[in-house]
Design a protein around this ligand. Structure first.
Ligand code: DC
Length: 218
């Protein structure tokens, strides 16, 4: 069994940035589980499936093979052998992932892959249900959050930096909707594990949050 660090929290709380930094410092493998849900979402989009058509989603899962690999230490996602990493952050992909991640067949498929990765190596894994469902016995559990306004501003800054046009109010609305969906779904909702350390990153720098988490790890 590897040493396992679980980081959960809502979209935009800074989980991936922080997890990557801690992984580098401690020599853990960083596993971004959201990217796996996004990988399956691309499969559904490619097939023209509507997210509300849960039966077709459940059926389509059967012919989707999601694999994770690393190139120069950077996580890559493969869908049926094709590297689809470049498409993962598209807005449509994120929305499809949020809408289809409530389908039991989708979760079951990825759960096995996530558990296997954590068994075989030292990982810091981020997502929504890592401390509660995927790795209930993780050595360290963190619930990382930030206010909706802070998370929206961060996302706005990222998009502006890429030269993309965006509207702060729209982003805020999207984040509220995604939070609601992720926290109220029946299976594996976004929720703080009882034994998770709560960190609110609203008024903290990346380095401060990373240092707080590193201090919890062996
Ligand atoms: O973290 P992210 O934005 O890349 O995740 C995309 C979607 O995937 C998110 O809206 C909810 C879902 N997800 C999940 O249900 N469980 C996880 N462990 C990770 C992500």
């Amino acid at each position: 069994m590897g040493y396992n660090v679980a980081i959960d929290g809502p979209a935009g709380a800074g989980k991936s940035t922080i997890a990557k930094q801690v992984a580098k410092e401690k020599g853990y493998i960083y596993v971004d589980t959201g990217a796996m849900y996004r990988g399956l979402a691309i499969h559904f989009l490619n097939k023209g499936i509507l997210p509300e058509d849960k039966l077709s989603v459940a059926e389509a899962v059967k012919d989707a093979d999601v694999e994770i690999g690393y190139e120069g230490g950077v996580q890559q996602i493969y869908l049926n052998g094709e590297n689809i990493t470049a498409r993962l952050r598209e807005e449509a992909v994120g929305n499809m992932a949020s809408l289809t991640s409530s389908v039991p067949e989708v979760r079951e498929k990825l759960l096995q892959l996530q558990k296997k990765l954590a068994r075989e190596q030292d990982v810091i894994m981020d997502g929504r249900d890592i401390g509660t469902c995927v790795l209930p016995d993780a050595d360290v559990k963190v619930f990382l959050t930030a206010s909706v306004e802070t998370r929206a501003m961060r996302r706005y800054g990222e998009l502006k930096e890429k030269g993309l046009s965006c509207d702060l109010k729209e982003i805020e609305k999207d984040i509220r909707e995604r939070d609601e969906r992720d926290s109220t779904r029946e299976i594996a909702p976004l929720k703080r594990a009882e034994d998770a350390v709560l960190i609110d990153s609203s008024d903290m720098t990346i380095d401060e949050v990373a240092a707080a988490i590193t201090a919890l790890c062996k």
